[in-house]
Design a protein around this ligand. Sequence first.
Ligand code: SF4
Length: 692
Amino acid sequence: DTKDFDEEVESVCPYCGVGCQLSFKVKDGKIKYVDGINGPANENRLCVKGRFGFDYIAHPHRLTKPLIRRDDAPAKGLNVDPANIHTHFREATWDEALDAAANGMKGRGREIAGFGSAKCSNEEAYLFQKIIRQGFGHNNVDHCTRLCHASSVAALLENVGSGAVTATFNEIENADVAIVIGANPTENHPVAATYFKQFTKRGGKLIVMDPRGQGLKRHASHMLQFKPGADVSMLNAIMHVIVDEGLYDQQYIEAFTENWPAMKAHLADFPPEKMAEICGIDADTLRDVARTFAGAKAAMIFWGMGVSQHIHGTDNSRCLISLALMTGQVGRPGTGLHPLRGQNNVQGASDAGLIPMFLPDYKDVTDDGVRSAFTDVWKSGDFSNQKGLTVVEIMHAIHDGDIKGMYILGENPAMSDPDVQHARDALAMLDHLVVQDIFLTETANYADVILPSSAWPEKTGTVTNTNRQVQMGRPAVPPPGDAKEDWWIEVELAKRLGLDWDYTHPSQIFAEMKLNMGSLDNITWERLEQTAVTYPSLSPEDPGQPIVFGDGFPRPEGRARFTPANVIPPDEVPDAEYPHVLITGRQLEHWHTGSMTRRASVLDAVEPEANCSLHPRTLRDLGVKAGDYVRLTTRRGSITIMARADRAVAEGNVFVPFAYVEAAANILTNPSLDPYGKIPEFKFSAVRIEAA
Ligand code: SF4
């Protein structure tokens, strides 16, 4: 026997929304390495994060004991040394810590808010929203979707009646044209990017639209490096051409849509010649792209945070939906709308109701019948019919004195919120903060009670990827020390809040979720133990529907809607004091706020230092060289960071990953919100760049 492991455990990657299935190879109680296996999304492929990003779970910084803030701890701030946390916290038993966590929140109703996590399972997300709604009687519960695709979901729910993708990304193999806009899959959804590249090798035309000339550029038939924030002008111009030249699908529009006359009239104001200056793409290119997309037999549209993270993020998605509808590119093989989900379970956590305006399956909290369907199952009294506060709104409510306590599970707002000093100040103002996490995150620095929890390779639970594929996660190793699975902690906390919860296994939670979630019809725990299932699944044998809405939409009369969008400038346009443009995002090796990947040895070795990217001519104009340090300043604050030369970044722009606490990009970002999705404008801030 040449095996170099004792056990193989099949599970799902903890990082991006692609949801690659993998096998943990375990020897002597430790994960030795990881292989890709044949999951529906990845077909044995993995990227660098999935393959090498697993050893964070054994990092010495792991929390292994419940912790309570010491009476003599220094004032709350970002001031705890993760290697010496005992200056601020003392170890406690689970009983003591859970009692302290619950006693500080019990009976305080609207003074308490919750952030759950897309890093947790569906069952854990469901329990989290239930704790806030059942335990505190209101809907102030949210998670990272608010910083991610909330605006895309708002537009999709409004116009096609469902917030999920209409087709899996793998459907690109049946397309002949695809648009990728405001997404950088080569770095952020690398396995999905391999399918996109294969598509171009077969002759598919890939239209890439992005203010950065990113990795897919080499494979693109058209690269539209448009001005940041100019999405609507560019997309309206493309749709104008489709109308002007009669390239739309009249039959499809008549059969499956509404509001076309208004849309058609609206687009008359956006000729390419007029929009070219605004979006920075010449009229001939806009016309060529319009003809290429409208002439496709089957076309798909993929988008990411570059579309969603704007004050007009919902408008951006409305345009993409309209483009697909007017050309009839939904509901058939090789067609569809696909917002690429960022985190491994952001689709599932949203489906599970971790949202202030929706219960599980996007059911409206303001609907009395909907709420009573849940309280019947929960055997509890009613909760508020008011939509709750969102992520950024909760931080404002803390400053206003309306929220005084929080329960935060697996989220890191002290790094991820826009204008992050405002969020850090808010966390310091709370009189009771309970943080449940695997590391002493920047947010946990401000905690009163810390509950040590489980990493993804240590737990049982289901997750739902960007493709609507529900998959089973399995534990390869136990949590370290006294750390516990998150669902267990939630149950024990709920009991101390007076809730009658008696779950002893995640399968019981999943069974309860199914009672009010039609999306899970025909999907059972037992099936998921055998195989992934895509929702909707039409029968106990149906592996699920990769393409939906071929015969109409879940809207009145089965019709999708055209919602026109106007050109709205970014909230903060460059001026003499702040003449440049800041764009934030992720990079291949690091994941979100860096709490996991900066503790993964290989990933941290590849990218150990905070860095930003600028065009070589911008560096030259500043009088600095690649590798030198620059100072970035916005109306919110300043950071000093190492500069890299990158021709993909337009002149005068700077791109900053948000994973690095020592040069936190969100010190700089603008907290202004999209009015519909309530998502901040991470993709555009006016900034001044100087040599440091
Ligand atoms: Fe994990 Fe995403 Fe990479 Fe797949 S593509 S291995 S899910 S990070």
